[in-house]
Design a protein around this ligand. Structure first.
Ligand SMILES: *[C@@H]1O[C@H](CO)[C@@H](O)[C@H](O)[C@H]1NC(C)=O
Ligand SMILES: *[C@@H]1O[C@H](CO)[C@@H](O)[C@H](O)[C@H]1NC(C)=O
Length: 262
């Protein structure tokens, strides 16, 4: 049933913060800018970006902290989080329409068996989860497991139907109350680097699982866990088969990139 999967690139840049849920955050902009992967230039695809108003092609934590506002309900958080915009593809006219999207952002305290101290995000941290080029699913990979999709149906009409269960790629049917595209970021930091060449290797998933556990010796500093959901109103558009939904990076399977900057 999981034919192909996507990847998601998420970046988190974080400022010092407590743990909260930032529900219903609206995008502040849809733009090809990606100041982590394509710093100082225009990126390859459109993102839905939430967070601080001084978002630009350069990601600078001190500058962002001067933002007058943010679309995140918790105003002290001047981070940004972004992911590829999801479009509806009208396969008769070829038209592409951005699907309305909001974000729920979670800061979670998740300790493993060793009860390691959970640290705040270091100021200026950037990270990416997922892989914009991935189109397959490796069920042994925490990075792949960390990206998933939920079909929202508040009438619970499909509770035990595996075709409606949470999965690592797009559904082959519409979702009556929208779709939730979600990503869990790695929570273990090397303690030194705020970024790395691939925007990932300074971070690692815990030893036991992608969403909880103890940190490996290579990445010993256990941070707050960043999890976020994109709520996408796919129910506002007709489902006309494979290819109805396409992420801005061209992925019709479910490759999603997400980013956060603190
Ligand atoms: C941000 O707030 C400051 C202080 O109130 C004000 O001077 C400035 O014009 C504001 N900037 C924007 C872009 O609104
Ligand atoms: C799948 O992921 C596991 C764990 O990261 C890795 O060891 C393995 O090489 C991966 N398999 C493929 C085909 O990439």
């Amino acid at each position: 049933m999981f034919s192909k999967l996507l990847s998601l690139a998420a970046l988190a840049a974080v400022a010092n913060a407590e743990h909260w849920i930032f529900g219903g955050s609206r995008p502040i902009v849809q733009t090809r800018l990606d100041p982590v992967v394509n710093q100082g230039t225009v990126g390859s695809h459109v993102h839905a970006v939430v967070g601080a108003s001084r978002f630009s092609d350069i990601y600078n934590a001190d500058d962002l902290m001067k933002s007058n506002c943010t679309t995140i309900p918790v105003q002290p958080d001047k981070s940004n989080y972004w992911a590829p915009q999801l479009y509806h593809h009208d396969q008769q006219t070829g038209g592409l329409t951005p699907i309305p999207t909001t974000f729920n952002i979670y800061y979670l305290v998740r300790q493993g068996p060793k009860n390691e101290k959970i640290n705040a995000f270091p100021k200026g941290l950037k990270m990416v989860a997922g892989d914009t080029a991935r189109r397959s699913y490796n069920s042994s990979s925490f990075a792949d497991q960390a990206v998933s999709y939920v079909c929202l149906d508040y009438n619970n009409a499909h509770t035990n139907d595996p075709d409606w269960a949470e999965r690592p790629n797009f559904f082959d049917h519409t979702c009556p109350d929208g779709m939730r595209a979600q990503v869990f970021f790695p929570s273990c930091w090397d303690g030194v680097n705020l970024d790395s060449a691939d925007h990932k290797s300074h971070m690692a998933y815990p030893i036991q699982n992608y969403n909880s556990g103890d940190c490996p010796a290579s990445h010993p500093v256990h941070l707050v866990s960043l999890f976020y959901e994109m709520l996408v109103s796919v129910d506002q558009f007709p489902y006309t088969g494979a290819g109805t939904w396409v992420l801005a990076n061209g992925d019709t399977t479910a490759a999603t990139s997400r980013t956060a900057g603190m």
